[in-house]
Design a protein around this ligand. Structure first.
Ligand code: SAH
Length: 451
């Protein structure tokens, strides 16, 4: 039976996609259905048929789950991949653990019972970085919000369910000032308008706020007055940056930046170390859960003062600097120049001298330098695409006694572990729920070289 647009079926939610959208099957053919929880039964209508899956829309529920909750912010039911705002949080955590075990089994051929998942104390308002697009109503009212599922239509939201509430408050004042100074908001289709997006970074402990206003032109009028007003209304704002992005692109930040107010960076404290961040450096978005992650990964690594440690994909140097307190020597490698500069500054301001950072591709670096350094512990914390083949090959050749893999994507983790377990034994796996109310999960794996 072929499935066609407008077909109607009664289906049962059996899983979620990697973005947290409900998944049901009709004759083994996957249908993605927003807002369907595992175990729920609904009458659906097929809205689009692709080669490998179809999209469906709920007409009515025929059986609802007792795991369903009312979303904290009602608009979130229209967003893509925000499924879990309707699912009781303990169920989300349970699901994530099983998702990691399944990825290891199905993709990596590894049967392993994950020891633990660290749930978040507060699964809402945790994000220390937000990027929001601007829109404008016919009335002239400026809005910010998130995109409606499968569209580029902005759903106006006073505050979002994930962002730090201080950031939402600052964004509300920015909307008012955009109206006051009559800035045109950017229109994707015609590539016109002035203000594109706003990025806000907040520090959880030090309470500093960075505002990055992304404009299409460099000569946005009245920016001095705009900044003066913003700081007067929101004294929490410690720095304001103008980022210029004139490209027709989804990439958020352009190359050129001007610091309009303050030092152009913000600082945060983690486990007693001070980190200073620029607009483009990577920093874990959930500060409290990042502390759990770093604490566990360092405990499990059991570093001693004889160890020579590599922190590959080191970002602003978080893992490297925490490891340096215990190790003999630490080397960090990171591809983004600004992040490396931040990492060097962070080492200096914390008085840490036994660490060195390289700006390089992790794979190229390890291939070239493995004989110059005799690493005994290697941390890897790659982006979602996981480790490059070059890096895995170099790692297997270098054969450090211990590898600590921090992963934000169970699928690429499973793929990489399949290769690494030829020489390594899995010693420990724990998950940290860094991204509550989304489908993403962080995993820590401890690997020991087989004898
Ligand atoms: N360990 C850090 C950063 C992890 S995020 C922390 O906990 O904060 C992954 C980092 O890998 C990012 O900073 C990204 O810029 C960097 N990266 C991406 N591709 C890379 C590559 N090929 N070589 C080295 N670093 C890379």
């Amino acid at each position: 039976m072929t499935i066609k647009e407008n077909d109607i079926f009664i289906v049962t939610g059996s899983d979620y996609t990697s973005e947290g959208i409900g998944l049901a099957k009709v004759n083994d053919f996957p249908i993605f259905i927003n807002n369907l929880i595992i175990g729920e039964e609904a009458e659906i209508k097929i809205t689009k048929v692709m080669r490998k899956f179809a999209l469906g829309k709920i007409i009515r529920f025929t059986k609802m789950s007792s795991d369903r909750i009312t979303p904290l912010i009602p608009e979130t039911i229209h967003l893509a991949g925000c499924q879990f705002t309707q699912l009781a949080y303990p169920k989300e955590v349970e699901y994530k653990l099983s998702k990691v075990e399944r990825a290891l089994r199905v993709i990596g051929g590894i049967n392993y019972k994950v020891e633990k998942i660290h749930a978040a104390t507060n699964p809402y308002f945790y994000r220390n970085k937000t990027v929001l697009p601007f829109g404008k109503r016919k009335s002239g009212k400026v809005i910010t919000g998130l995109f409606r599922h499968n569209t580029h239509e902005i759903i106006a939201m006073e505050k979002t369910h994930l962002d730090d509430e201080l950031a939402s408050k600052v964004v509300a004042e920015i909307r008012n000032l955009i109206e006051k100074y009559n800035y045109e908001v950017y229109d994707e289709k015609s590539h016109t308008g002035e203000v594109r997006k706003v990025m806000v970074r907040t520090s959880h402990y030090l309470k500093e706020v960075m505002v990055v206003l992304i404009t299409r032109n460099e000569e946005t009028p009245n920016l001095d007055a705009f900044c003066r007003d913003l700081v007067a209304i929101c004294p929490e704002v410690t720095t304001i940056i103008q980022n210029i992005n004139d490209e027709r692109t989804n990439v958020i930040l352009g190359k050129k930046e001007k610091v309009l107010y303050g030092p152009g960076v913000i600082s945060e404290e983690l486990h007693g170390l001070k980190f200073t961040l620029s607009s483009k450096s990577f920093f874990q978005v959930n500060t409290l859960q990042a502390e759990v992650l770093y604490k566990r990964v360092l405990e499990l690594a059991e570093i001693t003062n004889n160890d020579v440690v590599l922190d590959a994909y080191s970002g602003t140097g978080t893992i490297a600097l925490l490891a340096a307190k215990k190790a003999n020597q630490v080397v960090g490698v990171e591809i983004v120049k600004d992040a490396v500069k931040d990492a060097e500054k962070n080492a200096k301001q914390n008085g840490i001298t036994n660490v060195k950072f390289y700006k390089d591709d992790a794979g190229a670096f390890l291939t070239r330098e493995m004989n110059n350094y005799n690493f005994n512990v290697v941390f890897v914390d790659p982006p979602r695409k996981g480790l490059s083949d070059e890096f895995v090959n170099a790692l297997l050749k270098a054969s450090p006694p211990k590898i600590m893999y921090v992963s934000c994507d169970p699928a690429t983790l499973a793929r990489d572990l399949q290769k690494l377990t030829k020489k390594y034994k899995i010693n420990h796996i724990e998950c940290v729920d860094m991204f509550p109310r989304t489908a993403h999960v962080e995993t820590i794996v401890g690997l020991i070289l087989k004898k």
